[in-house]
Design a protein around this ligand. Structure first.
Ligand code: NDP
Length: 292
């Protein structure tokens, strides 16, 4: 039995146990995946989990930065995002002592879903709405040279946070030899350049949670070919994707595929097995709607 869990607060709503249960069924592994509410100190809670035989865990809001400090080693993705959503216990091997590895699978999870959906990323001009934790995680994989994105423009209500995000990504951009141009703008600046075209739009704001829309003109939104909202719903439609679809955007998607994609990468880190994404997503959506 492989003991896994998700840690955070609140945690009762988490669908990670459902997703990892489906992965276990698909791969034939025996998995016990629990939810752990972090009420006090994160380090105490996570140490208790690993002391009880845990092999790995997911970390969700608001503990991703604490988990980043807790890990002994970080993957590139976690180091750049400065946030950890996956911890793995790596036992002692020969002279190498045991350690905790911290990873961030959010960005690669989104990228795997964009590829599954045939998102036109090569040569794309991407508008990324939002500059919070999720936006930070998704920029690095989108800048990879083999993905071929032409530009990423980050627009945020608080422009300073978009500027900080872009500045923080510059060393990595250089390190990987990326040609993707990064820009940071405010919504007002975006509105003052109405002829711009972004063929891909990614909504990483938390607005859809409140059924609110970002202040984008209909003209700008209608010129997109592909729209993706990181927020997810039972029926796959969010207020943002519905608005884009009504304006004629041909390809509009919610973020459930990203959630399943990031979970699949965590599962692979812990077990070495990769469940089929499309089949897992279909099962997750069916079971979620049966639960409601
Ligand atoms: P954060 O709280 O870190 O960031 C929230 C972002 O939304 C900020 O850019 C913030 O702007 C912006 N925002 C909030 N309110 C407004 C508003 N009224 N007007 C304009 N902008 C606003 O959240 P996360 O980055 O963690 O999450 C963002 C979204 O991504 C959520 O919907 C979350 O559910 C989703 N998500 C999905 C995942 C998946 O696997 N599908 C994984 C992770 C997140 P400002 O900086 O100005 O405050």
């Amino acid at each position: 039995m492989i003991k896994l869990a998700v840690l955070g607060s609140p945690i009762a709503h988490s669908v990670s146990p459902l997703i990892h249960g489906i992965f276990a069924e698909m791969t034939g592994l025996q998995v016990d995946y629990g939810r752990i509410l972090v009420e006090g100190d994160f380090v105490t809670t996570v140490k208790e989990f690993f002391a009880s035989g845990g092999s790995g865990c997911n970390i969700t809001v608001p503990c991703k930065i604490d988990a980043c400090h807790f890990a002994d080693q970080l993957t590139d993705a976690a180091r750049i995002a400065q946030a950890v959503n996956t911890l793995k216990f790596c036992p002692q091997e020969g002279e190498h002592p045991a350690f905790f590895l911290g990873d961030n699978t959010d960005g690669a999870g989104l990228l795997s879903d964009l590829m599954r959906l045939d998102c036109p990323l090569a040569g794309a001009h991407i508008l990324l709405l939002g500059a919070g934790g999720a936006a930070r995680g998704i920029v690095p994989p989108l800048m990879a040279p083999d993905v071929g994105v032409a530009s990423i423009t980050v627009v945020n209500r608080t422009k300073d946070k978009a500027v900080a995000l872009v500045n923080d990504m510059m060393p990595y951009r250089e390190q990987v030899g990326s040609n993707t141009v990064l820009n940071a703008v405010s919504f007002e600046e975006l509105a003052s350049a109405p002829s711009q075209v972004f063929n891909v739009m990614l909504n990483a704001t938390s607005l859809s949670l409140k059924h609110e829309l970002p202040s984008l003109s209909d003209e700008l939104l209608s010129r997109a070919a592909f729209v993706y909202d990181l927020f997810y719903t039972l029926n796959g439609k969010t207020v943002f994707t519905e608005k884009a679809a009504a304006l004629g955007v041909p390809s509009c998607h919610d973020g459930l595929g990203m959630l399943v994609g990031q979970a699949a990468l965590s599962f692979k880190l812990w077990t070495g097995k990769s469940p089929d994404l499309g089949a897992a997503l279909e099962l997750v959506r069916t079971r979620l709607s049966q639960q409601h």
